[in-house]
Design a protein around this ligand. Structure first.
Ligand SMILES: C[S@@+](CC[C@H](N)C(=O)[O-])C[C@H]1O[C@@H](n2cnc3c(N)ncnc32)[C@H](O)[C@@H]1O
Length: 221
């Protein structure tokens, strides 16, 4: 069993507490990320998809309708419970797993890997990109969609109100520059297909982007 950093319980238990209201809390970032995935142009029909940090299955449900098979990983038992209720589809396999440890998936079996609003909770991006490169086939695609780092610099991060205690909980987060994401991908053999920086409408250049997207492809050689 591989060891993982010791802050696992704090982040996982924060999401366990958030699970009950995650879907009903107003959350423009979650909505914008979901729209970005749907507009990404990823080829999903007939494909095997790996979704890491699937949460309550907000996007898993849509993925299950598009793709042949989904492996959906998350380390919060509470979030996964909601996901399993929401997505009873037989082509989805939910796995409780800390994605900082080696993913319980074979080499080169996946066509598409997807991570949405998760990597702010991960200190070492290299480990995640290395696992994406290992588990995707050559030519496989990796779609990364995260809170934009400039938004984090302005003080934003994943947070919620615990409805039982009234406490405002800020989930521990790490700041990653855009170059860190790109270089972590390049180091393990991805090429950049597209980079997006999405703003709230009317998308004035003077506003901070809300969401960062990276569409990467694993090189064939
Ligand atoms: C903000 S939610 C996003 C959920 C979903 N991707 C979405 O877009 O609605 C972040 C999710 O990442 C999961 N997560 C964070 N760190 C993780 C880790 N190290 N291993 C597995 N899951 C993790 C949390 O449990 C949570 O479900």
């Amino acid at each position: 069993m591989e060891s993982v950093p010791s802050n696992t319980p704090e982040i996982a238990s924060a999401y366990n507490r958030w699970a009950g209201t995650y879907d009903s809390d107003p959350n423009k970032t979650r909505e914008m990320a979901a729209a970005a995935l749907r507009q990404s142009g990823l080829e999903l029909a007939g494909r095997e998809v790996i979704e890491i940090g699937c949460g309550t299955g907000y996007n898993t449900q849509w993925l299950a309708e598009q793709a042949a098979r989904i492996f959906a990983l998350d380390f919060s038992a509470g979030m996964l419970r909601r996901a399993k209720t929401r997505v009873p589809a037989l082509n989805v396999c939910f796995i409780e797993h800390d994605i900082r440890a080696a993913w319980p998936l074979p080499d080169a079996g996946g066509d598409v890997a997807i991570v949405m609003l998760v990597l702010e909770h991960i200190e070492d991006l290299d480990a995640i990109f290395a696992e994406a490169a290992r588990t995707l086939r050559p030519g496989g695609e990796f779609f990364v969609c995260e809170l934009h780092p400039t938004r984090q610099l302005s003080g934003r991060q994943a947070e919620f109100t615990d409805t039982e205690t009234g406490e405002q909980v800020r989930v521990p987060a790490y700041l990653h520059d855009i170059s860190e994401f790109i270089n972590a991908g390049l180091r393990v053999g991805f090429e950049l297909v597209h980079l997006g920086e999405l703003r709230d409408p009317p998308a004035l250049q003077t506003d901070l982007p809300r969401v960062l997207t990276l569409h990467l492809r694993k090189q064939k050689r």
